[in-house]
Every structure is written in structure tokens, then in C-alpha cells.
Write a protein that binds this ligand. Structure first.
Ligand code: AHR
Length: 505
């Protein structure tokens, strides 16, 4: 049976926040050091003030909307003042969270700090998103960082930033209050995090209110555990008048979700589908968090951020700096997660894949001389036309692959659609690793016609991954689509592929 896709242009969901296509880069392994920053003395790749330009140029093509930094677990042991001023005077510190199992304690030379990060954001034309240290930092430290970044003159910290070469404020809008406070970020109970959150957020807000033109937006980092977010929100509500008025302390609540199902490149069909089934947990986490907010913050319009997500294979360990190969399977799972984000465009305001370069489900990999793209990069590239579009309700009628002991099946076809500037953009994946799938699409519009279609991974199997020599073979190729009626189309989606289709109204 062919799959069917019914796109309801008269049933819009909401604008797809461009920030859903955001990134996350931590001081971990070779993400920052080696992947983004090599220093001014490196003579193997072109650099701008020490920033690796081959990586930057690949990322520039993605129109990255937002970049979260410096962690991750690293954020809750990071003292931002270590990373400003003349580089040769900055202290080398241990990188506390990525030491387990390693023979040498990883050190952080602090040569990449706030002003270097802002330079990367400028090169990428992307919004910075900073995570403040709640684990072993103080509210004053966080507020000082906000003042250093955002205050436009007058105070010692604003002048320090100017002396350090950044005359204009960095205007940082997004501030995460800690990271995984239930784990590496301090092992707080939900009640303890509520107390910490209240203190840190209050002082970050004071910078917003008194010293800066930027409307800072604060993010509480939640948990995927059943009751954690509820307990945190209940406590925060009980211990302050935070829902209304001046004590309104949060714009976003975030969750993190990683998933795996065995080997990065060596997996059987059961593991293939199992990973896709588990990727659906991201949507479940969003729905649970919305549920908790509707109980404890009914009056607010707090939105959801998934500020760490992606595949974390067993091969990625502390000893190798969380590096793994990323196959077509992983890229297909990312396409399905984006479809789930679009279906929740009314509540999801941002998402940040973990992590941008070299670490976990990265988009760019590097060696000393080259940078190249992964299959997941190609999905981001294909999907970027959804950014800022209005998500349209999309009903998919397709077979389901059942996976034993998993809470979710895997629909063979996953899809989403959005409308922007008189065009409807449709993305769909055929997750069957062996057989092509015919997909019949109908749109409730008159006289719609195909303006173009592209396909990813037509020539690759789901176990393949990119190397410096073959990365370009994973790029999108043109695809023929049959127009079968007024606003009906048929796509023959190759086995294990992702398709992007533009329809003109
Ligand atoms: O992305 C790797 C780590 O995963 C992050 O540092 C932490 O927040 C999460 O547990």
C-alpha cells in the first residue's frame, strides 16, 4: 500500500520558530578546541583571529539561528572571567566534567572565551545563548556576566568589555540558568533547583531591568523524569509570586533528550527501528513539559526549548571526547524529530542539536587540515526552508513498524509541511531501509503545482557515514515528482531517504 499525506493548509498550527534549528557547542573534546578554535598560530587551516574558517564556512550555509555555549556540564564549573582579556594571561583550568576514564586530565586554556564566542556568533550571524553557572557559581557572577555582555557603557564591566575589543554590547537575549541541575549541574532536588533558580534569575533580571536595552529571556533547565518538572514548578510557584508581575522569572523551560540503540555504524534492522522509535521520546518530553506548565503556570506563555537533543551512541565516551560516527540512520531520525517539532510549533520555541562540531550528533567533523559535513548536516540544510514558516496540520497515513518493548511504533513515513510566501514546503522521510515507498500527497488548495523537489541519501544505505573524501555525495539531488491532479502529487521516495518538496500555490 502507498502511504498518504494529507496537508491541511486551512489548519495552521503556528509559526515554526527559526530557533528550532539551533545548535549547541560545549568545551568538550574537540568541539570548541580543534573544531571551532585552533588559535592564531595554526598554519594548517585558514583562521580569523584563531577561529577555524573551514568549519565556519560550512556552518554559514545553514543560516544557524542560535548557538548555545559554553555547556552542558562544563557550564556549571565555568567562571566566565577566566576567559576574557589578553589570552596569554588567562588561567588554564581543569575541565572537570570530562575527565572520567581519561589518563590525562583535560585542561581548558581559556583562550576561547566570551569575546571569541561572540565573534563566532557574528561570523555565523547567529544569536548567542549563554548558560550561566549555577552549580558552583554565584548569582553575582551570572549577573556580572550579563552586565559585561549587555550593558552599553558606564560601568567598570562594560568598560572592560570595550577594552577587550568589543565596543558594542553583545546584546545576549537567551540566558540558561544552569544546566542539568539534577545531575552534573549540582545534583539538586527539584525543590533545591527552584531555590537556586529564584536567586539566579532574580539577579539576571536585575541586569535586564536596569542596565540593558535587550529583553533577556531566561531558561529553566528541566528534566525528562516524570515528576521533576512538576515538583520544580510547584516549588517555584509556592516560594515566589513568579507567575505574574515583576517576579515573572522565566520565558522558557527546557528539557534534554538523547537516544541510542546500539552501535553507531554496526547495527541490525531491529536496532535501526529501535533508534527511530526512541527518537519519538523527544516529542513525549515536550508534551509532558507542556502538561506540567499547564498545571503550575497556567497563566504564563512559557515555551519549551529542547536545548540538547540527538543520538548518543555507546561509541561516544569520555575517553574519546564523545566522538562517534553519524550515519544516514541518525540523519533520518533527526528529520523525524523536526517533523515532531513542527507539529508542536505552538509550544516549541527553540532546539539545539548536540553538538555542532565533532561531538555526538555533530554536523561538521574535522581533522587537522579538513572540515566536512555529516548526513545530519544535510537534513538541517534540506529542512531550513521551514524556518519561520507556518506549520500546517499534516496527517500521515502509513504502515507502522512495531518494535518490541518500545513505547512507540515507527511510522514508515514521517512528514511535515509549512507555508511561507505563497509556497508550501513539505519534507518527508521513507524510513524503510530496503524498499522505496510511494507517497501520495494532497493539499487542500486549488491549482497548486510542484516548484521543485530534492532527495537525500538516494545513493547511500542507512549504515553509511561521511568522510572527508565522500561527504559531498550525501548532498541533495533533484527528484522528479508526478503531478496527478489539481493539487495531488506522487513521490517515489527511495529506501532510507529524506525528501524536500516545494509546492507553489
Ligand atoms: O552533550 C553532552 C552532555 O550531555 C552535556 O554536557 C550535558 O548537559 C548532557 O548530559
Amino acid at each position: 500500500m502507498a502511504s498518504e499525506l494529507h496537508i491541511r493548509s486551512h489548519d495552521p498550527i503556528d509559526e515554526i520558530s527559526p530557533d528550532v534549528y539551533g545548535h549547541f557547542a560545549e568545551h568538550l573534546g574537540r568541539c570548541i578546541y580543534g573544531g571551532i578554535w585552533v588559535g592564531e598560530d595554526d598554519d594548517q587551516v585558514a583562521t580569523e583571529d584563531g577561529i577555524r574558517m573551514d568549519t565556519i564556512e560550512l556552518l554559514q550555509d545553514l543560516d544557524m539561528p542560535v548557538l548555545r555555549w559554553p555547556g552542558g556540564c562544563f557550564a556549571d564549573d565555568y567562571h566566565w572571567e577566566d576567559g576574557i582579556g589578553p589570552r596569554e594571561e588567562r588561567p588554564t583550568r581543569r575541565n572537570a566534567f570530562w575527565t572520567q576514564g581519561r589518563e590525562e586530565i583535560p585542561e581548558d586554556p581559556n583562550t576561547f572565551g566570551t569575546d571569541e564566542f561572540m565573534q563566532v556568533c557574528d561570523l555565523l550571524d547567529t544569536e548567542p545563548y549563554l548558560a550561566v553557572n549555577v552549580g558552583n557559581g554565584t548569582p553575582a557572577e551570572g549577573a556580572d556576566w550579563a552586565e559585561y555582555c549587555n550593558y552599553d557603557g558606564g560601568t567598570e564591566l562594560a568598560e572592560l568589555r570595550e577594552e577587550n575589543g568589543s565596543e558594542e554590547p553583545h546584546d545576549v537575549k537567551y540566558w540558561g540558568v544552569g544546566n542539568e541541575s539534577w545531575g552534573c549541574g549540582g545534583r539538586f532536588s527539584p525543590e533545591e533547583y527552584a531555590e537556586q533558580y529564584r536567586r539566579h534569575a532574580t539577579y539576571l533580571r536585575s541586569v535586564n531591568a536596569m542596565l540593558s536595552d535587550v529583553d533577556m529571556e531566561l531558561v529553566a533547565v528541566g528534566h525528562i523524569g516524570e515528576d521533576w518538572n512538576r515538583d520544580f514548578l510547584r516549588e517555584l510557584r509556592n516560594c515566589s509570586e513568579w507567575v505574574e508581575g515583576p517576579y515573572d522569572l522565566m520565558e522558557h523551560m527546557s528539557v534534554h533528550r538523547y537516544y541510542e540503540a546500539g552501535g553507531d555504524t554496526d547495527f541490525d534492522d531491529d536496532q535501526y527501528y529501535r533508534l527511530l522509535a526512541r527518537s519519538r521520546l523527544v516529542a513525549q518530553d515536550i508534551d509532558n513539559t507542556v502538561d506540567a506548565l499547564s498545571t503550575y503556570a497556567r497563566e504564563s506563555d512559557i515555551s519549551i526549548i529542547v536545548d540538547e537533543w540527538g543520538v548518543w551512541h555507546p561509541e561516544a565516551t569520555n575517553t574519546n571526547g564523545l566522538e562517534q560516527e553519524n550515519t544516514v540512520r541518525d540523519a533520518i531520525s533527526a528529520a523525524g524529530v523536526f517533523d515532531d517539532f513542527h507539529a508542536r510549533a505552538d509550544v516549541v520555541s527553540m532546539a539545539n542539536i548536540a553538538q555542532t562540531v565533532n561531538v555526538l550528533q555533530c554536523l561538521v567533523q574535522t581533522n587537522e587540515e579538513e572540515a566536512w559535513t555529516t548526513p545530519t548536516y544535510q537534513v538541517f540544510d534540506l529542512y531550513k526552508d521551514h524556518m519561520g514558516g507556518t506549520a500546517l496540520r499534516t496527517v500521515v497515513d502509513t504502515d507502522n513498524e512495531e518494535v518490541e518493548d518500545e513505547p512507540f511504533d515507527v511510522p514508515i513515513v514521517s512528514a511535515s509541511a509549512s507555508e511561507q510566501d505563497g509556497e508550501v514546503y513539505v519534507t518527508l522521510s521513507n524510513r524503510d531501509p530496503d524498499d522505496a515507498e510511494e507517497v501520495e500527497i494532497d493539499l487542500d488548495l486549488e491549482d497548486a503545482s510542484v516548484a521543485g523537489a530534492e532527495v537525500l541519501f538516494d545513493d547511500q544505505g542507512v549504515r553509511e557515514y561521511s568522510t572527508p573524501d565522500n561527504a559531498e555525495e550525501f548532498e541533495a539531488a533533484d527528484l522528479d515528482v508526478d503531478q496527478t491532479g489539481d493539487s495531488t502529487f506522487v513521490v517515489d521516495a527511495p529506501a532510507g531517504s529524506v525528501v524536500g518538496l516545494t509546492i507553489s500555490e
